[in-house]
Structure formats: C-alpha cells, structure tokens
Design a protein around this ligand. Structure first.
Ligand code: AKG
Length: 308
C-alpha cells in the first residue's frame, strides 16, 4: 500500500472528521431482497432500472436523517449548495455522512439494499462505498448536469450500482433521467461540478468531453420515470444521468447509496476524485479496504459467509 499525495480539494470542503473505520455490525441483520430475474436483466441491459416500493418502510427514517443534514449542514461532511446564492429554491447535496447519521447507517446495514445491490451487480458480495443525499426545494430550477458517477470516484470496475431511493412524489419531468445503455459504451467522460456544470480533471487522458445530449435528444434513448416515496432507481456508475432545469414544484428528496462488486478495485486517477479519500493508503489495483468500506452482503450462506 502507498500513501496518497492528494491535497485538499478545490471544491470539496472538509468540515468535520468525516471518515473513520466502519463500526462493527452484524451482517445477518441486513434484510434479503427476493431476486427478481427480470429486474436484474433490465439493470444489466439498460444500466438503470426502476423498482417500485422496495424501501417504503425506510421513507420516514431517511427523511429524518436528511433533515439532520439540512438543518445543520456545517456539522456534516462536505455540505454542498449546488445552486448559486440568490437562485430560486435550493439544490442541496451532501455525502459521506453515513457514520454520522444513524438513520443512514441503519439503512445501509439493515435494509435489503446490500442484497439488492449484490444481486443486481451479479456479484458474490456487496461492499458499501458511500451515500449521497439530494434535496431540491420547491422553486429550484437547476439542472443536475449530465454525468457518470464512475469518473468522480477512486474506483474502477464493471460491477457497480447506485441505489437512488426517492423520498417524495416526483414527476418524470424533474426526476433524474438516464441514457439507456450508456454503461456499455466503453467511454468515460469528465466529471462535472454540479454548481455550474464545468468539467474537471480535463487533463485525464482516460476521459473525454461529454456529448451535448440535450442538443441531440434524437440520438439517445432517455429513461425517465414518475417516482413515489420508497421507489428505488438502481443504476450502474457508468450510466449517464442528469435532470432538466424544469421548475421543481414540490420538495424532491432522495438518498443514493453506492455499492461495489467483485471486480471493483482502487483507481488512482491523475486528478482529484470526489469523494477524495486522501488517506486511503491503497495502491492502484488494490481491493478497496473493508475496514472503511464494509462488505454488507455475501451470497455464500453459512460458515463460509465471512471468508474471502
Ligand atoms: O437527484 C439528482 O438530481 C442527482 C442524483 C445523482 O446524480 C446520483 O444519485 O448520482
């Protein structure tokens, strides 16, 4: 293992002691997800799938958890206002708080999220990476820029999934949308700052400029759904997604949890990653460390469950 040389980032603000080893927890407390072969096939083929009502019982706890972020953003890691001061509404997003917000920790370790993630990824294990909360308040007219999640991250691999749990009724016009099949293009695009859509890490030769999807909608198949509280959209880290700048009429809250499968390894990118994890202490190609990123689900029942 080698130490990272990444400096404090230009757009991530460190506010609190924001990362620490995962506490001990009992993986057997995590709920199972009853496999739905059609949903798994749809996820693999399209790179995004909507599942209704999977997290109904988690809506109230997750709303309560999100309120902690919103009420005291400076108490949490990387508070982020993604609409400029003075713009109507509020676009709040905040990540890596799962060890600080008990409702998030419960969701990660006790819900069926890990089992769902592992099975969707065709993986033998589901390793938790981090969570990311989103809230657009009524009146917000900020687009979430089209982006893939993988180029932001210090990981590489093909077995990945984000589980985006909707906490409100959201019409498709302002819900997150996906470019069907873009996870299989074999292309990675510059990550973008949510505040202004600017590209970053443009010096990374492995990345390219994102195409202007909105200017040529006929070239893409866009997946967009009306969402209800408790619905989850599962999508691959490589799937292009974003929103319109349509006016949000009602509160639009969501929690994404990010999961890693068997083939995912640490990726030392030339530029800044988000989250940055400057002290991760891994070499390019290493397995992600389990003391920071716990394996919550394995498909091997019985005594072998916790063995490599
Ligand atoms: O809710 C949004 O607008 C963006 C969600 C997103 O980008 C994500 O979960 O990765």
């Amino acid at each position: 293992m080698t130490g990272s040389t990444l400096e404090a980032s230009s757009f991530n603000q460190t506010t609190v002691d924001w990362w620490r080893p995962s506490p001990a927890f009992d993986p057997s407390q995590a709920q199972p997800w009853n496999a739905d072969a059609a949903a798994i096939a749809r996820f693999q083929e399209d790179g995004a799938v909507l599942l209704h009502g999977v997290f109904d019982e988690w809506v109230e706890p997750l709303r309560a958890g999100l309120e902690r972020n919103l009420a005291a953003p400076q108490d949490y890691a990387f508070p982020c206002e993604s609409a400029p001061a003075g713009a109507p509404g509020r676009f709040f997003d905040s990540y890596c708080n799962w060890l600080l917000v008990p409702e998030y920790l419960d969701h990660v370790t006790k819900s069926c999220a890990a089992s769902l993630a592992g099975q969707l990824m065709h993986s033998h294990r589901a390793q938790f990476f981090h969570e990311h909360a989103f809230c657009k308040e009524p009146g917000t007219q900020r687009a979430t820029p089209w982006h893939q999640d993988l180029p932001y991250y210090c990981v590489d691999g093909t077995q990945t999934v984000s589980l985006y749990v909707s906490l409100d009724h959201v019409p498709a016009e302002v819900a997150v949308r996906f470019v069907r099949g873009s996870h299989r293009w074999g292309r990675l695009f510059y990550p973008r700052v949510f505040l202004d859509g600017a590209d970053f890490n443009t010096g990374d030769d492995a990345l390219e400029a994102i195409p202007d999807i909105d200017a040529h909608p006929e070239d893409y198949e866009i997946l967009a759904w009306d969402l209800a509280p408790g619905d989850v959209i599962a999508f691959d880290f490589r799937t292009l997604h974003g929103t319109t700048a349509g006016r949000v009429q009602d509160r639009r809250r969501a929690l994404s949890t990010r999961w890693l499968g068997d083939d995912v390894t640490y990726c030392r990118r030339p530029g800044e990653t988000s989250p940055p994890f400057p002290d991760i202490g891994l070499a390019h190609g290493d397995r992600m460390r389990e003391d920071w990123f716990p394996v919550i689900w394995r498909d091997i029942p019985g005594p072998g469950r916790h063995e490599e």
